[in-house]
Design a protein. Structure first.
Lengths: 303, 181
């Protein structure tokens, strides 16, 4: 009896001592449970290649972005393998809040102006709340400002407009792998043949593999549901593959794509490159972030 | 037999009590760090700080959540998390240490002391000491510390292109009020 007691006391004493020693660590672990762990930085920049990514421009930041597509690589030496041709879009994206980005752009193709916004609805997170995805909604208008070539027709201003709506759903599976789905609807006020649809539906799939801290491999594809576009133009689905290279305030995106499109209307409804025939373009996007707002007070506010 | 049971329960009671006594924790605090170069000053702040302190064993644990730091520029925050601290891989910086046994926290007062132990940032642990100012008042303990972290010690590489903007040594400050459990 006595031996039993002594043993049990010893045992209890021992176990309590162990408990006291690592209780601090286990305590901290239990304290952590209520945290909000946002899974951030799904992509390096606000475009995967052509398609918008779920990344927003932070409040008070301005992103100056140049998109550049050369001609077809298979254009031959006469066209310097496509480098003679340049399709350019210059754009500005501004973070009105951390969850709302406004964008403006102008491309030399059709002298298109575009204006858009991107609203973040959900953020992938764990801890207090479990949300498996980032969810954003993006919408915009494209204004074709090129002079009409057919002057016999009654050309309305509204015929210059195209609208797009996009839902961006993205999940960062690991530090290096992100996959995004982007169901998209493009509404064209004006189509050139009766067989074409004004509303064009497509679904985008894209993603990235982060190779090093500063380099990622991105891919981006839009599947346009068949029967919506002009069948005589041999239109194709845009597919792009490229690298993101981040150097401080710049992100360079170098890629190969079959599309010359620089806005949603162009790359979803006007892509003509046939990869099977070697219609591949080299292109790059350059993004430079300027900090206009000073977050110092915000950073200190909760301090 | 009865006596024995009584003794035993007293003993248990004592054990349990001594276990709970002297344990202080906090889930909030103020942490900041400061990097100064001729070209740029970088400051970051967070109020997320987990800390535990056992006045009986003199053991201290402090944990900082790297992704919670806020900066003057959003881009600094992005680069801090993505390129330098790699907060996806190494979400916490942690100090686990002990204050010398000679220091007894049995009375209210101000204690200027230090703790030696392991400081881990960016997945790289290092043995070191940090100074601590501890103010004990009733059921509350307030801990303040300021120390220098050398980025090189923790495998944080600064590319030459931004070497002018980021200091090699960063000053870390934290203040936290712990409550008895």
């Amino acid at each position: 009896m006595r031996v039993k007691l002594i043993v049990s006391i010893l045992f209890l004493g021992f176990s309590t001592r162990i408990n006291a020693q690592d209780s601090l660590d286990s305590l901290l672990l239990s304290l952590r449970g209520n945290e909000k762990n946002i899974v951030d930085n799904h992509f390096k920049s606000t475009r995967i290649v052509n398609t918008q990514s779920v990344e927003q421009i932070a409040k008070g930041d301005l992103d100056f972005r140049i998109l550049h597509r050369f001609g077809k690589v298979n254009g031959g030496a006469y066209n310097l393998f496509g480098l003679d041709q340049a399709n350019i879009r210059i754009g500005l994206d501004y973070g009105l809040t951390d969850n709302l980005t406004l964008g403006l752009g102008r491309s030399n193709v059709n002298k298109d102006f575009d204006g858009s916004f991107k609203l973040r609805i959900l953020q992938q997170q764990s801890g207090k709340k479990n949300i498996p995805i980032h969810l954003s909604y993006s919408a915009g208008i494209v204004l074709r400002s090129l002079k009409w070539t057919n002057l016999e027709r009654n050309n309305l201003f509204s015929s210059r407009l195209t609208f797009f709506n996009q839902i961006l759903i993205s999940r960062k599976f690991s530090e290096s792998i992100t996959i995004q789905l982007s169901p998209t609807m493009v509404h064209r006020n004006f189509v050139s043949t009766p067989s074409e649809k004004n509303d064009v539906y497509s679904i985008g799939i894209g993603g990235r593999v982060k190779l090093t801290k500063r380099v990622a491999l991105n891919a981006d594809y839009q599947y346009v549901f068949p029967g919506q576009l002009n069948s005589s133009n041999r239109l194709t689905n845009p597919l792009s593959l490229g690298f993101d290279i981040e150097t401080g305030g710049h992100v360079f995106q170098l890629h190969f794509t079959n599309s010359l499109g620089l806005n949603e209307k162009q790359f979803i409804t006007e892509t003509t490159g046939n990869i099977g025939k070697g219609d591949i373009h080299f292109g790059f996007n350059i993004s430079r972030i300027f900090t206009l707002g000073d977050n110092r007070s915000k950073a200190q506010k909760h301090w | 037999m009865k006596k024995r049971t009584l003794l035993l329960s007293l003993f248990f009671g004592f054990l349990v009590q001594s276990h709970a006594q002297g344990l202080y924790t906090a889930t909030k605090g103020k942490v900041s760090f400061y990097s100064h170069t001729v070209l740029e000053d970088i400051e970051a702040y967070t109020n997320i700080l987990f800390s535990g302190f056992n006045t009986q064993t003199n053991k201290v644990v402090v944990e900082m959540r790297m992704a919670s730091f806020n900066f003057k520029k959003n881009l600094m925050r992005k680069h801090f998390n993505e390129n330098y601290i790699e907060s996806d891989k190494f979400p916490y910086a942690k100090f686990t240490g002990s204050i010398p046994d000679s220091v007894k926290f049995d009375k209210d007062g101000i204690y200027e002391t230090f703790a030696t132990g392991v400081f881990e940032v960016h997945g790289v642990a290092m043995n070191r000491g940090i100074p601590l100012q501890i103010v004990k008042k009733g059921n509350k303990i307030s801990v303040t510390s300021k120390f220098i972290v050398r980025l090189e010690d923790h495998g944080i590489k600064i590319p030459s292109i931004v070497a002018q903007n980021i200091a090699e040594e960063v000053e870390v400050t934290f203040i936290t009020d712990l409550n008895a459990r």
